[in-house]
Design a protein around this ligand. Structure first.
Ligand code: AGP
Length: 609
């Protein structure tokens, strides 16, 4: 979704701004722009639709110079994709970039039109900048002084950075509804919506809190909290490694992130498995007993791939810990009246920690009498981590590809550790914990083994890339994996795919079976395998085209393509069987030539509800 970068420095900032918004491309956008204050204290603004490269082309030969500036990647919400609608927007001496949506913009716009303001775009952002100008003109006060009153008139999300050509030494950042961070340099400071944009200039960040206003100058920073008192905010040193944001030998980030999974899982496990038998979460420390000992129910809420991880965890909570667990899509959780179970503990899951639906669900949950809450998240300074009572980090490293891969398998790794820990706390004995520690230790190796099947999976992709529809079947804890496989295929290969519970096939979808709809089945060797074989026979009997991934030889009929995968321990089979489905979607998309890292219409982190 939209991305913000701003800088106040003592050097020409143009190249930095261009380079940094390029770093935000992965978030999804349709146009971009920047504004600088030049040597004559005038705004210079360049905007373009399409990729940041287009913007770079437009700035070439212009000899742009400015020590203070704003840049933005826009994801259209109010108004079509056009240069006029791209940010920054300007009203006389004020310029602004904004992430979020102003819900009452139409009302304010008609008021401002009556005051004589002319609108050059259809955006809600232009409404903010004219409103600021109007307030300043009316009161004669400084931008900071009028900010408070202006902000109370806006309804919605309005994280933004404002620049004033009458005062070219400072930027004003407002954090309300979507994340903003300040990057601390030496004699220069930066603002961005995502630390990735700033990693080339700093590793030290301040994460602004909801309601904060910050005045950022090259040598100093002043932050006011939502009550407008001076606030001290912690400086966090990022541990994000630069290598994560380079593609290296890979063609796409998604490919790199798939192959990175053994390493990501090792990082997730690092310093958490003690003496080969206990699990230790430094984020919780000694509090963990208090947090988990009284819970009798778990309610997990997430979106997309993170929701699928929660669905797998439901099986683990119920089968290993005997704790009832409900799982819900975040937007649904927030859309209904719900009855909270007795002693229920609320868990959110998110790669980005910025998904608006999940954040809203967390905020609602706090008023509903849950025993406590926890988020499992990949981004340390994210809003979900900041707003949750407890958090566990997945430590997957930065994930750039829009399609989640390593964030899913590391979420599952953390979830399995969490289940084991809770079992030990509640049962006061640690046999299951010991067993899981052992299995998790070999998980990265198991994944390395399945990744070696890539050639065979490429061959399957060659047979499937021109199909219009596909069905993914799974049973029990493999059903969320079927859902994940179908989601991957839809989002990067644009092929309609559906996941179905194997046992439900005969209750309707069997009617769809013909030679044009391939059916993908993951069938680990376990107590359910015989039932799955029966489903396979039913499909074969109707001429269906089956592709099975199993660690047992399955050659019941001629119309089955069966890929024998290495052995895996039953409990980690959901994590393991995700890998061939990720690879399958990736190789199909590669043959189709889609934009794998930035699929059409999608954003990496969905910060609007
Ligand atoms: C998955 O490939 C998607 N990109 C998407 O479903 C994603 O998982 C969802 O938007 C939730 O994001 P989050 O984990 O950052 O909250």
């Amino acid at each position: 979704m939209c991305g913000i970068v701003a800088a106040v420095t003592q050097r020409n900032i143009i190249n930095f701004l261009l380079h940094s918004i390029q770093r935000l491309e992965y978030r999804g956008y349709d146009s971009s722009g920047l504004a600088l204050i030049d040597q004559n204290n005038k705004f210079v603004r360049v905007r373009s639709i399409g990729k940041v490269n287009q913007l770079i082309k437009k700035t070439k030969n212009k000899k742009l110079f400015g020590k203070i500036g704003l840049a933005h990647t826009r994801w259209a919400t109010h108004g079509k994709v056009s240069e006029e609608n791209a940010h920054p927007h300007v009203s006389s001496h004020i310029s602004i970039v904004h992430n979020g949506v102003i819900e009452n913009s139409f009302k304010i716009k008609s008021f401002l039109k009556e005051q004589g303001y002319i609108f050059y775009s259809d955006t809600d952002t232009e409404v903010i900048v004219h409103l600021l100008h109007w307030e300043q003109k009316k009161t004669g006060k400084s931008l900071l002084e009028i900010m408070n009153h202006s902000l109370t008139q806006l309804k919605g999300n309005y994280s933004m950075v404002v620049m004033d050509s009458n005062n070219s030494s400072k930027l004003i950042a407002v954090c309300s509804g979507s994340p903003l961070i300040i990057g601390l340099g030496i004699g220069e400071n930066f603002i961005a919506s995502d630390q990735i944009a700033l990693l080339s200039v700093t590793k030290n960040f301040i994460y602004l809190k909801e309601g904060d206003i910050a005045i950022v100058q090259s040598e100093k920073i002043k932050i006011f909290n939502k009550n407008r008192s001076i606030a001290q905010r912690k400086i966090i040193t990022s541990d994000v490694q630069y290598e994560y944001i380079k593609k290296g030998k890979y063609k796409y980030y998604m490919e790199k992130e798939i192959y990175e999974q053994p390493k990501s899982i090792r990082n997730t496990l690092k310093n958490r498995l003690k003496n080969n038998e206990t699990i230790y979460f430094s984020e919780l420390g000694i509090k963990e007993k208090n947090i988990f000992s009284h819970l009798e129910h778990i309610h997990m809420v997430a979106c997309g791939t993170s929701y699928h991880a929660a669905m797998v965890a439901k099986h683990w909570f119920e089968s290993l810990a005997n704790i009832p667990c409900d799982v819900e899509v975040a937007s649904e959780f927030s859309s209904r009246k719900l009855a909270v179970r007795k002693k229920s503990f609320f868990v959110t899951l998110s790669q980005s920690g910025e998904t608006a639906d999940t954040l809203t669900a967390l905020r609602i949950s706090k008023k509903l009498g849950y025993l406590g809450n926890l988020t499992i998240c990949n981004m340390k300074g994210s809003s979900l981590v900041q707003e949750s009572d407890n958090y566990l980090l997945t430590k997957a490293g930065v994930e750039i590809g829009v399609a989640s891969t390593k964030s899913f398998t590391t979420q599952l790794t953390v979830l399995l550790m969490l289940v084991a820990k809770i079992v030990s706390i509640k049962k006061k004995e640690n046999n299951i914990e010991k067993k899981i520690v052992k299995i998790l230790t070999i998980l990265p190796r198991r994944i390395e083994e399945i990744l070696k099947k890539n050639k065979q999976i490429q061959d399957i992709a060659k047979k499937l890339h021109n199909k219009k529809h596909m069905l993914f079947l799974g049973r029990s804890d493999q059903y969320p994996i079927a859902m994940e496989g179908a989601l991957k295929l839809k989002e990067i290969a644009y092929i309609h795919a559906e996941a179905y519970l194997s046992g439900e096939l005969k209750h309707g979808p069997l009617a769809l079976i013909d030679k044009d709809i391939p059916i993908i089945i993951t069938a680990p060797k376990n107590s359910l395998l015989e039932k799955t074989k029966k489903t396979i026979q039913e499909i074969c009997a109707r001429g269906g085209l089956i592709y099975v991934f199993s660690n047992e030889e399955i050659n019941l009929e001629t119309n089955i393509t069966s890929l024998k995968v290495p052995y895996v321990e039953e409990i980690i089979a959901p994590i393991f069987y995700t890998i061939p489905l990720q690879l399958l979607a990736y190789y199909i998309a590669l043959i189709k030539g889609t934009n794998i890292d930035q699929p059409r219409n999608l954003a990496k982190s969905v910060t609007v509800e």
